[in-house]
Write a protein that binds this ligand. Structure first.
Ligand code: SF4
Length: 241
């Protein structure tokens, strides 16, 4: 039999896929548990007034007495980070606020923050001050609480976080009364907070009269910025704003 007459290669002669390639697991998308994503007006902190997309992560290890987002403690649904980014983009806003709950209680929050920054958004993070902020992308504006005694969670303040704040970050005190205010004044002095970044004083809604807080700040010549929650003036306590 001549070489030209050799039989054509059969299917059984075709290369067989390596077994490990055939059985390799598909990549699992990075996911986060999400309570809600919505478009509203930023009601607090440095970006107050800007149309903003809020990404509210589910879960919080704290239980502040005056918490107004207890609905974020449980439930929520798993969403891939790609799906979260797609929904954020659908709202067409430049500002994105990652909040909770305590968003840093989900480790993959750090990936979400980085990817939002990479996508070109102005990104802020609202965090309780109880969890380590060292690994947060430096492009993110951190709005970090220091919990005052009437919150019931002052023992959770992670003081080492102060070393990780940048000039564009903010420290927020939510104050329920005069004892909280006096405590905050002491912390302000002891840690020279105003030299680190902006310091925000905010009254607990329906607990401390805003005018009273304003008068204390003026009388004491404090280098702090008072704020009211604009979204509460606009929409009350309705979730989704
Ligand atoms: S840290 Fe925030 S979400 Fe958690 S209990 Fe306190 S106020 Fe509520």
């Amino acid at each position: 039999m001549s070489a030209e007459a050799a039989p054509p290669a059969t299917v059984s002669n075709a290369p067989v896929p390596a077994p490990e390639r055939a059985t390799a697991p598909a990549a699992v998308p990075e996911r986060l548990r999400i309570t809600e994503i919505f478009h509203s007006i930023q009601g607090e902190a440095d970006a107050v007034g800007w149309p903003t997309v809020f990404v509210r992560l589910t879960g919080c290890p704290l239980r502040c007495t005056w918490c107004d987002t207890t609905y974020s403690f449980h439930g929520g649904e798993w969403r891939s980070i790609d799906a979260i980014l797609a929904e954020v983009a659908s709202h067409g806003a430049r500002h994105v606020c990652v909040t909770g709950g305590e968003p840093l209680s989900q480790k993959r929050c750090l990936i979400l923050l980085r990817r939002l920054c990479d996508a070109g958004y102005e990104v802020s993070l609202e965090t309780s001050g109880a969890l380590d902020v060292a690994a947060v992308d430096p492009r993110v504006r951190k709005v970090m609480d220091l919990k005052a005694p009437d919150s019931g969670e002052a023992g959770r303040n992670r003081w080492s976080n102060l070393e990780h704040l940048r000039a564009h970050d903010q420290i927020k005190f939510v104050l329920a009364g005069r004892a909280d205010y006096d405590w905050a004044c002491g912390v302000l002095r002891e840690h020279a907070l105003a030299a680190r970044c902006q310091v925000l004083f905010s009254p607990v809604h329906a607990s401390l009269k805003p005018r009273e807080l304003a008068e204390w700040i003026l009388a004491d010549r404090l280098p702090v910025r008072m704020q009211l929650q604009l979204h509460k003036l606009l929409w009350g306590d309705e979730p989704g704003h």
